[in-house]
Structures are given as C-alpha cells and as structure tokens.
Design a binder for this molecule. Structure first.
Ligand code: ZN
Ligand code: ZN
Length: 233
C-alpha cells in the first residue's frame, strides 16, 4: 500500500515501486501539482485517487526528464497541462519506444503487460525559459537547466517550502548516472547553478531528500571522472 511521505509543508513524495522513483506532490488551497507521475498508469491513477481523497484537484503535471520511470504514466494524468523541457519532449518522441523495449526486457509479466499497452504521452507544455505556476497560493518555479543527466532536464523550486525537486540531477540512492543523451560538462554547470539557486532541501529522483552537500559530492564525482580516464558510465 502506497502512501504520502511528508517532505516539507505542502510537499509530499510518493515512492513508486518501479525503480523506487519519487513522485512528488505539491498541494495548497485545494489544488495539487504532480512532479513525475512514474512508469505505470495504474500506479499514477492510485496516486491521483489519493490526491482527490485529500480534497485536492490536479492542476498540472511536471516531467523532470524523458526517462521511462519518471514519465511513462503521464497518460493517467490527462486533462491538465504537462510541463517539460522542449528537448525532453523531443527525446521522448524519438526514443520513447526504444526505452519501452529496453524496460520490457527487465520487467516481470504483470508490469510488462501494462508497459506494452500504455500510450507514451508527450508533455504538451514546453518550458524553454523559467516559468512560475501557481498551486493554490503557492508559487512553483519551473527551471529548465539544459543538457545534463539527459538532453533536457528541468528542476522545480518551491520557495514557500524551502524545497527543490531535482529529478535525476541529484541521486541519493546511487552515484549519478549519465544517460546517452546527457552531458558531463552540462551536468557540472547544472550542479553549480543548483548550488547557488536551489532551495536548502533537495528531493532527488530516487532516494531520500538531502542537502546541498550532495551537490558537492556529485561535483567531486564528475570532476574526478573528467580528470581521470573520462569514463563516467
Ligand atoms: Zn530516474
Ligand atoms: Zn533519469
């Protein structure tokens, strides 16, 4: 049974069983915004039911980047704007089916059946410049940070809660993973930017929330990789 795990006032995470991905819900004044709905539409629908059961209405969805574990369930969140970096939308359009085939190779029979059937829905609202979305009376800032973990990463700042949601730009469950479409130099720049602009508490794509010390350890990880033999995995 899944449940909300409070992160800060008005911000909860909901850990999806697939890849232990953190879906994050920002709620205020009867409205809710979901960051990263996860992999399976049935799981996202359960999250949506829990949001409605709390008395909130979904007003939008944000996709931090175009990886299956963060965005394949988008189709279950229909009828609201879905925000993403324009390059993430393109990446999903071009490589979504390829990702589905790769994940099918790892999935159990029940997950595979749902994965095979789901529609890979593209976010409809490209965010090429920082934009503020209101959830109740709370300002939520969407900041595209460019090519880093993937071709188009986007972070979500909630200053009222002192929280920044980073997607896979920050990992606490593992070392940072550079995707084929990603870029180490871009990631180092993104880490610099987060160090100066992010709120004190970071919610990563996987694992527990952390502080800015994790930005420094990722920077050291990449700096070592660049200074070494260039292999970054
Ligand atoms: Zn991920
Ligand atoms: Zn990822």
């Amino acid at each position: 049974m899944n449940q909300f795990q409070p992160v800060a006032g008005g911000v909860d995470r909901w850990v999806m069983p697939e890849a232990a991905m953190n879906a994050v819900v920002i709620a205020d004044g009867g409205e809710a915004l979901v960051v990263d709905p996860g992999t399976l539409p049935s799981r996202a629908a359960a999250l949506l039911d829990a949001i409605v059961a709390r008395g909130d209405r979904l007003v939008g969805v944000v996709i931090t980047h175009a990886h299956w574990d963060h965005c394949f369930a988008l189709g279950a969140m229909g009828g609201v704007p879905a925000y993403a970096h324009p390059a993430a939308i393109e990446e999903l359009r071009e490589h979504g089916e390829q990702q589905r085939q790769e994940v099918l190779g790892l999935a159990g029979p029940k997950t595979a059946a749902e994965l095979r059937e789901l529609d890979i829905v593209l976010p409809d609202t490209p965010v090429s410049d920082p934009v503020t979305v209101r959830v109740g009376a709370v300002d939520v800032e969407l900041e595209p940070v460019g090519r880093a973990h993937t071709a188009g990463d986007l972070v979500v700042h909630v200053p009222a809660a002192a929280v920044t949601i980073t997607g896979d730009l920050v990992e606490t469950a593992d070392d940072p993973q550079v995707a084929e479409s990603g870029d180490v130099a871009g990631w180092l720049a993104a880490l610099d930017r987060l160090a100066s602009r992010a709120q004190p508490l970071l919610v990563p794509g996987h694992g527990d929330p952390c502080g800015h010390e994790r930005l420094a350890s990722h920077t050291a990880f990449f700096t070592h990789a660049v200074a070494g033999d260039g292999e970054t995995g």
